[in-house]
Design a protein around this ligand. Sequence first.
Ligand code: C2E
Ligand code: MG
Ligand code: MG
Ligand code: MG
Length: 283
Amino acid sequence: AAKSAGGDRWHWFDPAMDRAADDAARLSAELRDAVTENQLVALYQPIVALPSGVATGAEVLLRWQHPERGLLGPDQFIPLAESNGLIVAVGRWVLREAVRQAVDWRTRLGDRAPRRISVNVSARQLTDPHFVDFVATMLRDSGLPPETLMLEVTETAVLAADTAVEQLHRLKALGLRIALDDFGTGHSSLSLLMDCPVDVLKVDKSFVSGATAGRAGAVIVRNLIGFTEDLGIEAVAEGVETPEQAARLHDVGYRFAQGYLFGRPMSAAALESLVTAETVAAA
Ligand code: C2E
Ligand code: MG
Ligand code: MG
Ligand code: MG
């Protein structure tokens, strides 16, 4: 039953809820086709070294070029894909596409290719019993050096499934790298580090914005970097938007960052131009 807007009684049929459900059902059906009809688009956001700002890698960020609704961001369809299970097919598409692109760059650009590609993985994918085998087969067939692939998982995703930690260990055994995404926004950030084979902490944008906006934020980013250094983990600051933030992060020891200041999510071709222009400039 749903409560109608403004009403004080519970109704079994609420037209607004009905429409929302219809809409979700339609979008689900369309998303199924989107995978086979090539409507998914992989964008790439540079991950850069500090202080140079030179791209060392890129994170794949998914979009859906919907035939009527235009370009949709992940927030508009990933939660739906997670709830209806389509995320498994969508996630496979993203991984295949990322690996294909990474191999293409390495073949054509050699040393100038982005060194690392990061791919987001959600809880539902991590609990798919075939996920690890899928990744293993894909790596083997593509010939991509496993250490150039990084999988990003959130604390929430790891906590959502009891098999997640074990799956992460099996993935790690394939030689790839694992990042804990949006670090600090979940509930048991620190305890996860004891159980999970984490190579990289992606320090959430909220702390990065806070770094130049008050004492607490500054203390948190400074202490997080010391903490990752002691653990032998790399830190990437997410959501860097201003030169002041970048300078502060570098001052306290951050060596890697990502954010609109350095580049928005862009097409593969645009990322390629960016990295090749940078290597030419550096030569
Ligand atoms: P995320 O993995 O934490 O990715 C970073 C998000 O922050 C991206 O949003 C990116 O565009 C945005 N961002 C980067 N720099 C800045 C900045 O300087 N300022 C601001 N305001 N935002 C910045 P996007 O592309 O909308 O993705 C949102 C989330 O959707 C991602 O968060 C990730 O959790 C999820 N996602 C994206 N692609 C995939 C995918 O292929 N698979 C899965 N499972 N999830 C995905
Ligand atoms: Mg991410
Ligand atoms: Mg993040
Ligand atoms: Mg996020």
